[in-house]
Ligand binder design. Sequence first.
Ligand code: IPE
Ligand code: IPE
Ligand code: MG
Length: 245
Amino acid sequence: MAFFFRGRLARKELPDVVPGHIAIIMDGNGRWAKKRGLPRSAGHAAGAEMFRRVATRCKDIGVRYLTVYAFSTENWKRPPDEVSAILELLDKYLREAAEKMERDNVRLRVFGDTSALTDRLRGLIGDTDEISRRTDGMQVNICVNYGGRAELLRAASMYAAELAGGSARTLSEEDFANYLFSAGMPDPDLLIRTGGETRLSNFLLWQSAYSELYFTDVLWPDFDERALDHAIADYAGRARRYGGI
Ligand code: IPE
Ligand code: IPE
Ligand code: MG
């Protein structure tokens, strides 16, 4: 039930301050499953369901961009059956999204090196890219086989190729950002990590330079609409100085 639309919310249900771009490291699926005596794959399935709910909440409150970490360049170190289970959930999600994103006016992008994915998955990503050309509402970015360092290397290589071809100019921060997967998008205002770890694990290294970080022990499959609202309320109380006073 991707982007299930529950209708316009009453004003009192909306947070006072809504971050334009929320990024989430959805961590803790495995531990959630273990606590229940379930296989890790059951944790990923529950996590995928919570992602649908949180994405819907973000859309309903007016978030413009939602970027989530679904599978990192390091996650290939996991047992093959766990990797397959995660990619199978992505397949399922993309198929559902393709049916509903036009109706819900949602754009969808995948950030990461998709060349390592199956033809089938790349085909589905092609479909959702195509639909995204016709929609202009909330944009969801799903990071798959994504690593911040790999993204920066890719950007540097693209720039180097343009330099060698004679078409590149000196590089400003704004120019460089255009070589990233997030080209043209604002940086995340709020970056949430669930699951208790207080690290970035190679997520959005460039883009998170001035993001407000929010860490919670709540495991991702338990991070519901209320938990999201709580994170946003915390964000609303922050003073963003960007190096000023
Ligand atoms: C996050 O949950 C999902 C992915 C990394 C794909 P984990 O699978 O890392 O869950 P824990 O951290 O082992 O609990
Ligand atoms: C980060 O979680 C990656 C995703 C949530 C997709 P990990 O569970 O892979 O991170 P580490 O291993 O704790 O750093
Ligand atoms: Mg983890």
